[in-house]
Design a protein around this ligand. Structure first.
Ligand SMILES: Cc1ncc(COP(=O)(O)O)c(C=O)c1O
Length: 420
């Protein structure tokens, strides 16, 4: 052994396992975690039916051509350098106009981000100190709990009421506000339940926010995907003084989740918000900018032809109706009718835990859904989430399989009498 080899051998013995930070311990993203199981089942040659992912482009929803053309043109024009940290002027103005259309009053700042995901991360990071808390909807979108975990923020889940079409439970919210509560998150239309919030529910939340000096984080990423001629109400439109950050983006409404374009709209009273807005902008500057050429798609998407939405809502309404009808016809499953987005959150009336149910379902049938525990739920209740993006034939096949499987599952693991 030469001298150099001996030297390397001696320093290699100093190596120890690299320990990840504690803050990653509680980060879970059930929607993607389930894919590992699905891949194993797919390897065995089973036909797979994917109802787990909220990516419209994996199904028959195609990016409108004019949105691609604007982006391509920007790329050809060499708009490929960094953009301003808050976003290009044209995009910021388009989002301001969108806020006006949504009757959001007292807009104090608008910024463009790498998906709504980045806006959510930045806005919570700019607000919450270790040990403080934000009221987080349960069930809700797992990114919020992942960011909370990263910030070592205390979890403060509030429940959505399944008996009231998954509206936020106002009494539960009231009971959970404490001296360390800084804000409340609302996802409307909701992921994973597909519920749309009523004006009086929103009004009560505004009153609580004003009374307790909370910021409302309104995640409205699905606001154009509504069924049955329903209208969307932006909570920020209800009161000019309430502090609010409204999150939006192109991913879902315009079928470009891979563009990674989102935004935040800060509204309310400037004197109350000014330091917070500066904190957000410090982070925006430090991370340079969101994707540049894709920002040109914002004005085109928001202001030009919207006909893709008419088609999409037609398809989704049909798929929503099949989902609700077929799931409710299975003994021991109930499903509240979604009014927006493309998710349903059916309840399994059984004692077994839903993660076990879902892993057995994937192995036995190839139908991939996400366990309710991945989104949070009232302890003792069991659910799963479906994304009803696949075509009608696939959905019918999947729900027939779920029905047949559920009965066998209960017989095997609990006895059919176990249906609650
Ligand atoms: C409620 C909700 N908010 C935010 C996001 C992320 O959006 P974006 O693609 O703009 O980061 C999703 C994605 O599924 C979502 O469901």
């Amino acid at each position: 052994m030469n001298k150099l080899n001996r030297y390397f051998n001696s320093i290699m013995s100093n190596q120890k396992e690299i320990k990840p930070a504690y803050r990653t311990e509680n980060i879970k993203y059930a929607v993607r975690d389930i894919v590992v199981l699905a891949n194993q089942a797919a390897k065995s040659g089973k036909e797979m039916l994917y109802l787990n992912i909220g990516d419209p482009n994996l199904f028959d929803f195609i990016t409108p051509r004019h949105i691609i053309e604007t982006t391509f043109k920007a790329m050809l024009e060499n708009k490929n350098g960094y953009a301003p940290s808050s976003g290009i002027t044209e995009a910021v103005k388009a989002v301001e106009l969108e806020a006006e259309k949504k009757n959001i009053i007292n807009v104090q700042d608008v910024f463009i981000t790498t998906g709504a995901s980045e806006a959510i991360d930045i806005c919570l990071t700019a607000l919450v100190n270790e040990g403080e808390n934000i009221l987080t909807p349960t069930p809700g979108y797992p990114l919020y709990t992942a960011v909370a975990s990263k910030l070592r923020m205390m979890e403060n889940p509030y429940y959505l009421d399944e008996k009231d079409n998954w509206q936020p439970d106002i009494d539960d919210i009231k009971s959970k506000i404490n001296k360390n509560t800084r804000g409340i998150i609302l996802i409307n239309p909701n992921n994973p339940t597909g519920s749309l919030y009523k004006a009086d529910t929103l009004q009560k939340i505004v009153e609580l926010a004003l009374e307790h000096n909370l910021i409302i984080f309104a995640d409205e990423i699905y606001d154009k995907l509504l069924f049955d001629e329903k209208n969307h109400i932006s909570i920020a439109s209800l009161n000019k003084d309430v502090s609010c950050v409204t999150f939006g983006g192109l991913s879902k409404n315009y079928f470009v989740p891979g563009f990674r374009i989102g935004w935040g709209i800060v509204s309310g009273n400037y004197s109350i918000l000014k330091n917070y807005i500066e904190a957000i902008n410090k982070i925006l500057r430090a991370r340079l900018s969101a994707n540049h050429p894709e920002q040109y798609a914002i004005k085109t998407a928001l202001q030009e032809d919207q006909s893709h939405l008419i088609e999409a809502k037609k398809k989704l309404t049909l798929r929503r109706d099949i989902t609700v009808k077929m799931l409710n016809s299975i003994p021991g499953i109930s499903c509240v009718k979604p009014e927006g987005a493309f998710y349903a959150f059916p309840r399994l009336h059984m004692e077994q835990n839903d993660s076990h149910f879902v892993s057995e379902l994937i192995k036995e049938t190839g139908v991939v859904v996400v366990p309710g525990s991945g989104f949070g739920q009232i302890p003792g209740t069991q659910h799963f989430r479906v994304a009803f993006l696949p075509n009608e034939e696939t959905l019918k096949k999947a729900y027939t399989s779920i029905g047949n499987f559920y009965l066998k599952y209960l017989e095997k693991f609990a006895g059919a009498a176990a249906i609650k």
